[in-house]
Design a protein around this ligand. Sequence first.
Ligand code: NAP
Ligand code: MG
Length: 497
Amino acid sequence: MEKKTFSDWQQLAVQLKIEGRAFIDGTYRDAASGRRFDCVSPIDGKVLAAIADCGEADVDAAVAAARRAFDAQVWAGLNPRKRKAILLRWAALMREHLDELSLLETLDAGKPIGDTTTVDVPGAAYCVEWFAEAIDKTGGEVVPADHHLVGLVTREPIGVVAAVVPWNFPILMASWKFGPALAAGNSVVLKPSEKSPLTAIRVAQLAHEAGIPAGVFNVVPGGGEPGKLLALHRDVDCIAFTGSANVGKLIMQYAGQSNLKRVWLELGGKSPNIVMPDCPDLDRAANAAASAIFYNMGEMCTAGSRLLVHRDIKDAFLERLVAAAHAYTPGHPLDPHTSMGAIVDQTQLDRVLGYIESGRSEAKLLLGGARVNAIDGGFYVEPTIFDAGDGSARIAREEIFGPVLSVITFDSVDEAVSIANASEYGLAAAVWTANLTTAHDVARRLRAGTVWVNCYDEGGDMNFPFGGYKQSGNGRDKSLHALEKYTELKSTLVRLR
Ligand code: NAP
Ligand code: MG
């Protein structure tokens, strides 16, 4: 198959039909209130579609449908082999619709088409496949007990799972929730971000086509409201959230104010990327450091947004880093050669530019720092690097979620570890060193859910649990451990005599 060109994608974009309604109980419907909101493309600021702005009636209908389906056991009661077959069909449909889904994601979120076609959409299909393949191979335990007892420990689906997700990897982050939750037999109500609802809405139809019964998978788009309504809902058993720490704190409160539903949070980060003076390959490390902060416009929870460099190699490293950053000049997201697309919306653009302004007074600008007019009306920011000295500047402490890197200088291993851990977050970290002892010692001391040694952002497969220490959240997405979030553990004791 010929690779599609920029103009192929532009033509496909013109022909694209966009669904903007909610998906509840097996059908698309408008919000009960009739309200809609504009879905704007960050590529050029133009309106793509009108999206159902779901409120209380819609959330109640979706949760009720999910509950009915769960109670009727139309999904949870299937032999896991049958759930597997249906989920594999769904994943196959996502792959068949790769171009369409990638296009929706690129238009909606400004992500480069070269990424959505290779990472976001195939990654979501792979996640569904992985959990589908796992679910008919994971069983319970028969545990030691008194001789007159049979002791069983089993896992059962929790019931109705609400998934509330962000906009930076819209369909991929959603799949990390609905993949394991559905495989385990739950019903799901998915709330995509209002900034990027299109792929979630589209895959709902594919779920239906694949044979997922009505009510088992629902999508309720809308402003912040449906997320809050789901978190407060008394008939939601579990909420799986990915987003900011501030909203994560609210979600916990909502659970406490309502029914103590299970709460799982995947939150932000300010991840340290530490380059020791014995870094084995400065060129590779500099390329990885650029990708760690500029890939996906820096809209990455794991972004290596704090680069800690040893004073002895600082100049040599920064020279390479700046050269590597030039590969991320913003371009049209539909051009397959583009590696840096558009910032997701005006609000996020303003936030990023605000941080850059604050950085100018607290740190030394080394590269970038401006909005660029890559396409008229679009939201583009240059790759930006600040020398942030000891790391006390605001840009070096707070999550920006944009292409802005803070370089921090250190003089010893202990100092590097102490700066790295001096953050309220603990999502990811990396260390570059040729010394095996330093590698293991530092990896062990870093307070983060993922540690990379001599690489960054490696490990796209599902086997690694993903999540954070501290205010980066609780629980883990991906891997068999993700199933723990969506199941209750039951002890059954049978007395024989
Ligand atoms: P956000 O503002 O926290 O929003 C996340 C989701 O929560 C959206 O669907 C949002 O809906 C909804 N929401 C907003 N207010 C709510 C409320 N009061 N109650 C319930 N739900 C509410 O985060 P974001 O800006 O979309 O995403 C960026 C953040 O996500 C960053 O902090 C990033 O680090 C984090 N993230 C973490 C991971 C991870 O795995 N650890 C992965 C990706 C992103 P609306 O958009 O409709 O308002
Ligand atoms: Mg959008």
